[in-house]
Design a protein around this ligand. Sequence first.
Ligand code: ARG
Length: 460
Amino acid sequence: MKLWGGRFESGPSEIFERFSGSLDFDRRLIDADIRGSQAFARALERVGILTAEEREQIVAAFDAIRAEAASPSFYEGATDEDVHTLVIRKLKERAGAVADKIHTGRSRNEQVSLDTRLWLREECDQARALLRDLMGALVDCAGAYPEAVVPGYTHMRRAQAVLWAHYLLAYFEMFARDWERFGDARRRANVMPLGSGALAGSGFPFDREAIAAELGFEGVTRNSMDVSGDRDFSLDFLYAASLAMVHLSRLAEDWILYSSEEFGWLELGDGVTSGSSLMPQKKNPDSLELIRGKSGRVMGCLTSLMVTMKGLPMTYNRDMQEDKIPMFEAADQLAGSLMMMREVVQTARLIPEKPASAAEESWVVATDLAEALARAGTPFHQAHRIVGQFVLESVRGGKRPADWTAEAMRKFAPEFTGGMAALLDPRKGMESRELPGGTGPVTVAAALAEARERLERMNL
Ligand code: ARG
């Protein structure tokens, strides 16, 4: 069936039909399409196009179609142009002539916008729920090792000691922003477009607010041309998904390193790693590598739709049908990656001695020493130089921080006074970082408790 054709002397070529059809993928919108069409039938009744009985007949037929659509045979042999056409054909088969009225004053351009918005709303909710689950796993992992110290890195070089919990809570913050971003994306998608017609507004005086209320939208769109040419809501979703994947990918990268033999901090669960067909000893972090790999795909989806949209003249152009595959693809890869990461986090075991000795063997305490000197009155630039020379001397002599005594330090530089030698233990210096946002143990314990409370409040 076609929703057009009167103006043509002959039908579409086979090649064009195959090339332009979208049913294979946009059938994923069928539930949204039916929900939207049921609301539209009620709107048609309100403007006097459908009688109450006709509307009832149509709404009931749509219910039956929805149930039928759950079985794969529903699509067998379907050659309809898209899901919207398929649904109307099915309506005709069930309800007969009255189905000819369902598309009165409606365009597929606004219909596809409506369906996508309905679908995206749920997808945003799902992404938020999965983000929240992952954040819960991160908080649990932080809580399991409240004392663990690790070297924090800049430039992939040991920089300053931090608590493992502080490190994990950094990712908690990134995912908390993602959670908010999906809320924003949902809010922007949650505006009702019907009544826009193809581009110029419908020729029927629909009560748009009533349709919006019925479908749970927060309001109605303001400009029919904007609706017809708009995919910002899909792009908002794709951006939120891409950035969440960036965060997942960075966590994956960290943990691939941290679980390597070179680091040896983390033991990944057997269930999320795989072996080698050749090398019997291997335990590879494939789950994390795939998360990192899939992040590229999701970013590709964002780029793909950006590029599709950028040169389009106002308003609707068929190019826009190409929005769906990247949108579905990004949603699936994101959901899969979030679930996978949660399981990796839940099953990983930290071996706290390893990062602790990495912190103790290196000079992550250098900044603590320089700051202690500055606190005792040495101008910071001088303090920086003294500690730099102290590190150089140690490196030359093969000395680790623990090899120094207070006396030897004072001999090296008289500025090293009082209890400064205690700062050779990385745990000690952390105690000076108790300002909000710092890695001081008291601050981190409070941040962890606060993170738990925030999780409780993260309802949709
Ligand atoms: N399948 C189309 C899409 O997803 C529906 C809109 C078709 N509109 C049109 N003017 N050809 O974009």
